[in-house]
Design a protein around this ligand. Structure first.
Ligand code: MLT
Ligand code: MN
Length: 322
């Protein structure tokens, strides 16, 4: 009896991929860091995704990365269990239409029942790209998320999972391949292009935030996440200009729609006084020195009370006190 109650009272997160688009190492990067990852001198990280469960059996993915096949094979909790065709993955909630967050949907074909949840903006992108029709609508439903309206996704068979999601708008940028140079200063970005998620066990109230892409920290967002037991936050770059100074790109983090970790406008300063129990950087670009455990930047970030996500990281969120 007590075991059953314990199982029902959980909220568990599995980091499937801690890296940003490109992964670590990135296929065409000849940087020292990527070469160290190739040699196994530092841990490789796959692209941006987490899995969550509130019952220990059925999981929802937040984002579907191009590395999803490897991620599903790396995590026994996500292996098929019943009959000849089965998956503990009941569906996917998308936070934007970036390649690193949607390309993995293509791997989830094979007539497997699934529910996909996304904003209208992201669903429109899926609809416009007919390759996603490999997800046969007889098996895969596409469901619209409404900002600020919590939703409780089920298994494709209609069974409740006790997981509750709420999506909220965060500052960001439209996906790279959708940028409209002739539009406004933010390339045609509108609300719904980038969202953060509040994920909860509907029965117990345990919750955390997942915000893998965020361009700035308006007061309203700071207020929303303050006091949270756990926040996964955009850790793309350590310094805004690092891709340029390292000669590995020509864009700043700001241009790409990402706050950086360091600096007066950075994430560490912005979240310092928000009384968040556990802060974890995720969606970390391969140019970011925090991926190297022996780097100066890694020590600075850890001293500031931040953790760095890694593939296979598993977290159980504590039940709030009665
Ligand atoms: C981003 O997070 O900025 C994008 O995933 C970049 C990309 O499309 O490669
Ligand atoms: Mn990305």
């Amino acid at each position: 009896m007590s075991v059953l109650i314990w199982i029902a009272n959980l909220l568990r997160v599995l980091v499937l991929g801690a890296a940003a688009g490109g992964g670590f190492p990135q296929w065409n990067s000849n940087s020292d860091a990527c070469n160290r990852a190739r040699k196994g001198d530092v841990a490789s990280q796959t692209q941006s995704s987490i899995a969550v469960t509130a019952n220990g059996r059925n999981w929802y993915l937040c984002n579907a990365s191009p590395d999803i096949r490897q991620q599903l094979n790396n995590n026994p909790a996500l292996y098929p269990r019943e009959g000849m065709r089965h998956s503990p993955v009941s569906g996917v909630v998308l936070t934007n239409a970036d390649v690193d967050h949607i390309a993995g949907l293509l791997t989830l074909r094979e007539s497997q029942p699934l529910n996909i949840f996304a904003t209208k903006r992201v669903l429109t992108t899926l609809k416009k790209n007919s390759i996603f029709d490999v997800l046969n609508p007889d098996f895969v439903s596409r469901n619209e998320i409404f900002l600020g309206h919590p939703f409780v996704p089920k298994t494709p068979e209609g069974i409740s999972l006790d997981l509750e999601f709420e999506a909220f708008s965060v500052p960001g940028k439209i996906a790279l391949y959708l940028e409209d140079e002739s539009a406004d200063s933010n390339f045609g970005t509108v609300e719904g292009d980038t969202v953060g998620l509040r994920i909860a066990n509907q029965l117990t109230g345990q919750y955390f935030f997942y915000i893998p892409g965020c361009a700035s920290m308006p007061k309203q967002l700071a207020k929303r996440i303050s006091g949270a037991p756990l926040v996964f936050f955009d850790g793309t770059l350590y310094e805004d200009a690092e891709m340029i100074t390292r000669k590995e790109g020509h864009k700043t983090g700001n241009r790409m729609g990402h706050m950086s970790m360091s600096g007066p406008d950075g994430v560490i300063v912005a979240l310092k006084e928000l009384n968040i129990t556990r802060k974890i950087f995720i969606h970390i670009n391969n140019t970011n020195p925090v991926l190297l455990e022996d780097s100066r930047e890694r020590k600075i970030v850890e001293r500031a009370d931040w953790e760095i996500a890694y593939d296979g990281m598993e977290i159980s969120i504590e039940k709030p006190p009665e």
